[in-house]
Design a protein around this ligand. Structure first.
Ligand code: FES
Length: 109
């Protein structure tokens, strides 16, 4: 899989596991990471097998990553933003309580 040339738009920089990744504004996190040759987004909770994006449309959940401190975010459904901090997920992650409390406020950093 490769990204089609579309380098005419504004660029943003995100971090993935501490490494800088260049992206175009409007890219999803998954598209940006794949274009940067990052294929391992998470490991499975049971066997620790590596997983990466499969469907790229929000169905398979193989693209789960931690974004800005919030676990279990779908990289294929999340648009990049300058300075975004993305971490790969190792095994099961806790459910972020604010997502289910009705409080839409961002978690404290
Ligand atoms: S790649 Fe399938 S849900 Fe993101």
């Amino acid at each position: 899989m490769r990204k089609l040339a579309r380098d005419d738009g504004p660029q943003v920089c995100i971090k993935f596991d501490g490494r800088s990744v260049a992206a175009s504004r409007g890219d999803t996190v998954a598209a940006a990471l794949l274009a940067g040759n990052h294929w391992r987004f998470r490991t499975t909770p049971v066997s620790g097998a590596p997983r990466g994006p499969y469907c790229m449309m929000g169905v398979c959940f193989d693209c789960l990553v931690e974004i800005d401190g919030v676990a279990n975010r779908q990289a294929c459904m999340t648009e990049v933003r300058e300075g975004m901090q993305v971490q790969s997920q190792q095994g099961a992650s806790d459910i972020t309580p604010h997502l289910f409390s009705g409080d839409d406020a961002e978690p404290e950093q």
